[in-house]
Design a protein around this ligand. Sequence first.
Ligand code: SF4
Ligand code: SF4
Length: 292
Amino acid sequence: MALIQVFETGDIIKIAIVSGKGGTGKTTLSVNLISALGKGTLVDCDVEEPDAHLYLDVDLKKIHDATVSCPSIDESLCTFCGACSNFCRANALAVLPSSVLVFPNICNGCGGCVLVCEKKAITEISRPIGIVEYGKKGNIEFYSGLLNIGEAKAPPLIKCVKSFADDKLIIYDSPPGSSCPVVETVNGCDYVVAVTEQTPFGLHDLKMIVGLLRQMNIPFGVVINKFGIGNKEVEEYLSNENIKLLVTIPNSREIAILGSQGILLCESDAKWATFFQDMFDVIVAEVSKCKK
Ligand code: SF4
Ligand code: SF4
């Protein structure tokens, strides 16, 4: 069985679960997949709205304060020459006649301004952006990031949370969309599972994700959730683009009711545990093909 192979061989498998838009069932798939397997690590990379721990029912404890570096100006040394702001591509500095303004939220922490300041008036300080939390349920390890309110720097926190996971099987539950936080989440993954649904919005957002993953050269397959609610356009798109349809999850009243009650599908009925274990086997088979 694929799960045994993963844990008994030297292979490490990193899988990201993504979706072009929220509400597609990405987190439902992530938590059910890891729960059906009963071991491995789940990382909630949706640091602006982490909720996978609620489905898994794990208590979290803070294990790390995440920070980014940011310039601090000593105006007693500054001659207001403007070299730092001229250098800064992010436009995170504004030099006025008698002061220097720093805009921390758009600073990318490159440190270039420190290097170009001949007066040594700039030092780097650490700026908190959020926390990393950890929990455990049976043999499942769980990490989650929580971005500070009003903070715009999701990618560095996602990178930080990912760095804590060390396991043979790691599943990353991505934020929705196809922008920088998703890029950071899928970076370094062996395989990506893109969750979509049979609606015009689902197809539109799936195309965005497909474009991103192809640009990043990361192998991927698609899961259609709530299968049966729409037309055949998503399937036709997958077929035309030669994209692997991994599995379909039916549009079912049973799934909706269990989800609304916060009950994990795979813990509600053995048939669902088998369903997600089989899905994992399909994914691992795809990963193996891509690694050859
Ligand atoms: S480069 Fe240094 S001296 Fe010049 S404006 Fe910036 S902080 Fe001041
Ligand atoms: S660290 Fe880089 S991005 Fe930030 S203010 Fe300095 S030059 Fe700009």
